[in-house]
Write a protein that binds this ligand. Sequence first.
Ligand SMILES: Nc1ncnc2c1ncn2[C@@H]1O[C@H](COP(=O)(O)OP(=O)(O)OP(=O)(O)O)[C@@H](O)[C@H]1O
Ligand code: SF4
Ligand SMILES: [Mg+2]
Length: 338
Amino acid sequence: MTALLEVTELTTRFPMAGKEVPIVDALDFEVGRGEVLALVGESGSGKSMTALSLMRLVPKPGRVASGSVRLDGEELLNLPVRAMRRVRGAGVAMIFQEPMTSLNPVMRVGEQVVEAIRLHERVGRSAALDRCRRLFEQVGIPDAAERVHAYPHQLSGGLKQRVMIAMALSARPRLLIADEPTTALDVTVQAQILRLLRDIQEETDMSILLITHDLGIVNEIADRVAVLYAGRIVETAPRTALFENPMHPYTQGLLRSMPALALSGRRLPEIPGVVPSPSDWPTGCRFASRCSKVMAVCEGVLPEFRVQGPGHDVACYALQEAASRGEKKGVQQQEGAS
Ligand SMILES: Nc1ncnc2c1ncn2[C@@H]1O[C@H](COP(=O)(O)OP(=O)(O)OP(=O)(O)O)[C@@H](O)[C@H]1O
Ligand code: SF4
Ligand SMILES: [Mg+2]
């Protein structure tokens, strides 16, 4: 069976410094049915722009320049606008970091969810309100029957995010894109919201594309991980493989700077340097200016992806060099033995 979401060579360009820069550059990834894929990377790596590209919501003057986005086998990039509107919601729903910017401050939250339900389904107001109450219960909003009448400012950050999740679930999406859904919340509430997402995913068999810069969150909830650096995926792996055996120097740096390590009282090592700005990307590996393993070959052209283990792909010349040294050694040993 094919994956629920298949993304191939997805490229989104923005005009910058007199050229069109690929902010999202030839991304290949899949989200399986019932799978949680985490897209991780530092600020500015292109995580949100990838999500917006999938939804065809890239702000002008940016544009999805090429590639393919298939949901259940259906190409989204050339769907007519009306059909795409149906996909947003029932096919793919999205929640954002800051619920306040997505909720209407002068409308009761129940009304907003009722509107969302009626956008996708022909149901009367009172049936929609019943569903809204059930959705509020499903997302763990206490006193759901009363809370539907609340205005956003009467709810805590965690409850507002739960309302947003209820709204996203209202059209029974097959894929939920969650862009930093817990960043604005305190740590305890973060954990509750993550558990909620995982529970809902298990109950409904929905797939989740979780966008975060926080590897702690990835470790809590993801099945698989794609690491993004300067608009390119540099490593994809099952979660356990990524944490036990990170292979790309950037992933290794990210893991070394994980806050959990600070519990031991050690200062967290940061990856030296900064992500280059898109208009200054080099022609070779974009991590080269910060990489301790950089070699002459890295500065030439972008490294290709190579399979390094089951479901574990990495784009890095150091690994390719290591593999070819291993092969040469193997050949020499064989020749020596004959
Ligand atoms: N509207 C825009 N016009 C031009 N460039 C943009 C626009 N929005 C984002 N960018 C640039 O695109 C790149 C990727 O941005 P994006 O918002 O996708 O990063 P991100 O990984 O989501 O970062 P964060 O973790 O801070 O949310 C950045 O270099 C950013 O400056
Ligand atoms: S390709 Fe070269 S510069 Fe890039 S991460 Fe690998 S070793 Fe470092
Ligand atoms: Mg973002």
